[in-house]
Design a binder for this molecule. Structure first.
Ligand code: ATP
Length: 267
């Protein structure tokens, strides 16, 4: 019914350790998001405006949402999350009202992180958009962002796959004036992501994740997660064959051959 999802602290399961290949990005985000919430007085003393809005951008499947979830878990701040397309589709004509309410809720708490996923759906470039409703929503979000400083300790974090589709007014100083790109992983990043997604797998000694990382150029985090799942499935299929031959109690392993099977299914 409502597009506001509040993250229950008891369900917080993602941590920074679950995000691979983005340690520099995470360090910068933490500095921009956590510091102003935890120690607002530092900014006051230095006469520097604390960051209000942060835009994460980059191709889908590289970890933007994952980072937001990790931040929600690892700070004590109240975490509010909305999704651009959801607000527009479910609340067409009432989107402005929904936004107003979300910001109102955000300001009720001593410290809040407000996450807006797929913000491009909410604030498309006004030059390319015809509808009056859309234009009003953009205007509303700009006004709400401008209203944030005076009141509470709210940091708004938004994610988009299409930074250039976002209305440029949103990226001006005092609004989403910090931007961090979340890029496809390098080989070292892919290795970290593979380590994360095989953490709970019984890997046989022949599994060479360094090699898997080397041959998966162009794979994004989401692809690597799927690859590991697929390797696990290949092992499960093998174990079924074992069943039929009567070998039911053999310990299960995921082998390099399973990774090769999985890789083949991606090509
Ligand atoms: P979108 O823009 O579509 O929301 P995204 O960049 O936010 O994409 P996620 O939804 O965070 O991507 O990633 C999808 C899934 O892929 C994650 O739940 C996770 O399993 C895996 N994944 C993506 N990036 C990483 C990463 N850097 N480290 C570990 N796992 C990752």
């Amino acid at each position: 019914e409502t597009s506001i999802s509040v993250v229950d602290p008891r369900n917080r399961r993602v941590s920074y350790q679950d995000v691979g290949g983005l340690s520099t990005e995470i360090a910068r985000i933490r500095e921009m998001v956590e510091l102003p919430l935890r120690r607002p007085e530092i900014f006051a003393q230095l006469g520097v405006e604390a960051p209000r809005g942060l835009l994460l951008y980059g191709p889908p499947g590289c970890g933007k949402t994952l980072i937001a979830r990790a931040i929600a878990q690892q700070t004590d701040a109240f975490f509010l999350s909305i999704n651009g397309p959801e607000v527009i589709q479910k609340h067409y004509g009432e989107s402005e009202e929904v936004l107003r309410k979300v910001f109102e809720e955000a300001q009720k708490h001593p410290a809040t992180i407000l996450f807006i996923d797929e913000i491009d759906a909410l604030v498309p470039n006004r030059e390319t958009v015809l509808g009056e409703v859309e234009k009003r929503v953009v205007g509303q979000l700009l006004a709400l962002m401008d209203g944030v400083t005076s009141r509470g300790k709210v940091v708004v974090m938004a994610a988009t796959n299409l930074p250039n589709a976002v209305d440029p007014a949103l990226r001006r100083p005092g609004r989403f004036d910090r931007e961090i790109s979340i890029n496809p992983p390098t080989k070292a990043g892919r290795r970290e992501i593979l380590d994360i997604h095989t953490r709970f797998m019984p890997l046989s000694a022949d599994v060479d994740l360094e090699r898997v990382a080397a041959v998966t150029h162009g794979f994004l985090g989401a692809d690597l997660a799927a690859l590991c799942r697929e390797a696990g499935m290949a092992s499960a299929r093998d174990s079924q064959r074992g069943d039929q031959s009567g070998d039911t109690r053999a310990p299960l392993f995921v082998t390099m051959a399973h990774f090769q099977d999985a890789l083949a299914s991606f090509r």
